[in-house]
Design a protein. Structure first.
Length: 83
């Protein structure tokens, strides 16, 4: 598993939950795709955050939408992500 997200049980909406990224999986994917491990981890954290914000990726259309949002957010930070 590359990333897991856990919604907060707390009613305080300022804390959405936790995101856990696997650095070992990130390193494997980054090497295969030709970008940094840091960029891969940032991609995972964004993916988990989008899940905490209510987005889903079970359907192809949803998956494409999340991928687009992740790539745009990374690009705004100057990170080019290859998939």
């Amino acid at each position: 598993t590359d990333v897991l997200s856990f919604e907060s049980c707390d009613e305080d909406q300022s804390y959405l939950g936790d995101v856990i990224a696997c650095v070992d999986v990130a390193a494997e994917h980054a090497a295969r795709l030709g970008h940094s491990v840091v960029a891969e981890c940032q991609f995972y954290v964004l993916h988990g955050l989008l899940h905490l914000l209510g987005l889903d990726d079970h359907q192809p259309r949803q998956r494409r939408h999340m991928l687009k949002l992740q790539k745009e957010a990374l690009l705004q930070q100057g990170i080019v992500f290859k998939s």
